[in-house]
Design a protein around this ligand. Structure first.
Ligand SMILES: *Cc1c(COP(=O)(O)O)cnc(C)c1O
Length: 399
């Protein structure tokens, strides 16, 4: 049965993804099941999306209840779920207003458009440049990929949008040197997820905030991967003692329903006046009801604190592995966004994990990324670590 599906899929679906030859049929918590009824402990969580686990029953109930009432009405009218979601996001963050859309890339599009429009309204039309980071990832639409500092994402899509300058992540002097009269914003991820779980520190973000203030430049944080509890705080910027002017969210916001959000302080948000930007689906009652339940569970059930503790436990275990195996160069990340830099190709490790019933992810060829649901327990982590230990021992024998 799985072969039939795979062959059909390969003949009718756009060939944009290199998939593993398995057909996923069901999930529960941190477990995923395929059509051959094999069980996997999932350390990918739909790429940092299903923070509350697969088929979370409370989120499923919220979706079912809302679906039976009202799925969509467009933004011609007010709805309660969208209003309440905006209210809780504003209450939990630095922001005053929220624009809803349907994906991470769209949220970044909105952020980029907002910066341009803000300076346009101000009459500072020269401020069209955004400083972005090398190895960043902001999505696949034209503006989002133009903001992305990875050649492989931009390749073959020229002319990409102009208006982006790239500097190395974590290098404050490079930002200073890149600022000119045309600079309107600095845009970055708190931790570079797709770029290889690359981290910098609190001092960097503090200095960045200061430079932005001194130069009248906006600070945009892409928290699409780091937000919603992933790093052990509700938003990653809370680790750094700073606030951005604009922040984008998506991925885990509705635990799997497609949603994006661009949050901003009033001064900037007001540049989006009626008719300036829009989305047909954005903030649909169905998705907002799911997201509201996600925020409620994360907050009321202590999941964010749990993520911080579990993440520390996991990181210590990965550091223990590093001491045992020369193939492991370093361990990095915060909360349950963890990466392991290797000096060998990670693809083989991913495949061997899969054979043993664990789903992990390899990025940038040599970085293993661990992004399980935030509800994962130490017992599952212990099982994975023991499996990785065996695999690395075997790899050494092969070498
Ligand atoms: C996943 C991701 C995006 C893109 O989100 P899509 O929903 O795939 O458009 C943008 N920025 C970051 C940091 C991401 O991790």
């Amino acid at each position: 049965m799985s072969n039939e599906t795979i062959n059909l899929a390969d003949s009718v679906i756009a060939q944009t993804y290199k998939r593993f030859p398995m057909v996923m049929t069901q999930g529960k918590g941190v477990m995923l099941y395929d059509s051959d009824e094999r069980a996997y402990t999932d350390f990918t969580a739909g790429i940092a999306v299903c923070n509350l686990g697969h088929a979370n029953s409370k989120v499923a109930d919220a979706i079912c209840e809302q679906a039976a009432k009202l799925i969509h009405v467009s933004n011609l009218y007010y709805t309660l779920p969208q209003t309440e979601l905006a209210k809780v996001l504003v209450a939990k963050s630095f922001a005053d207003r929220v624009f809803f859309c349907n994906s991470g890339a769209e949220a970044n599009e909105a952020a980029i458009k907002l910066v341009r429009r803000y300076f346009y309204e101000k009459g500072e039309t020269e401020k069209i440049q955004i400083i972005s980071m090398k190895k960043s990832f902001h999505g696949r639409t034209m503006a989002a990929l133009s903001a992305t500092g990875q050649e492989k994402i931009r390749k073959g899509f020229d002319p990409v949008l102009s208006g982006f300058d790239f500097v190395p992540f974590g290098d404050i002097d490079a930002v200073k040197n890149a600022i000119g009269p045309e600079t309107g914003a600095v845009m970055l991820e708190p931790i570079q997820g797709e770029g290889g779980v690359c981290c910098t520190d609190k001092n960097y973000f503090k200095a960045l905030r200061k430079i932005c203030d001194e130069n009248g430049i906006l600070l945009i944080l892409d928290e699409i991967q780091t937000g919603m509890g992933r790093t052990g705080k509700f938003f990653a910027y809370e680790h750094f003692g700073i606030e951005p002017d604009i922040m984008t969210l998506a991925k885990a916001l509705a635990n799997g329903l497609p949603v994006g959000a661009m949050l901003a302080k009033e001064e900037f948000a007001k540049a989006f006046s009626p008719g300036v930007h829009a989305s047909t689906f954005g903030g649909t009652p169905l998705v907002c009801a799911a997201a509201l339940e996600v925020v409620r569970i994360l907050t009321e059930e202590g999941i964010v604190e749990q993520c911080e503790t579990t993440g520390q436990y996991f990181k210590e275990k990965l550091l223990w592995l590093k001491e045992r195996h020369d193939a492991i160069e370093d361990v990095r990340g915060m909360g349950l966004l963890l990466g392991m830099g290797l000096n060998i190709n990670g693809g083989r490790i991913v495949e061997q994990c899969m054979e043993k019933g664990f789903l992990i992810n390899c990025i940038q060829d040599k970085v293993l990324r661990f992004i399980p649901p935030l509800i994962i327990e130490t017992e599952a982590i212990d099982r994975l670590v023991s499996c990785l230990d065996d695999i690395f021992l075997k790899e050494r024998a092969v070498k």
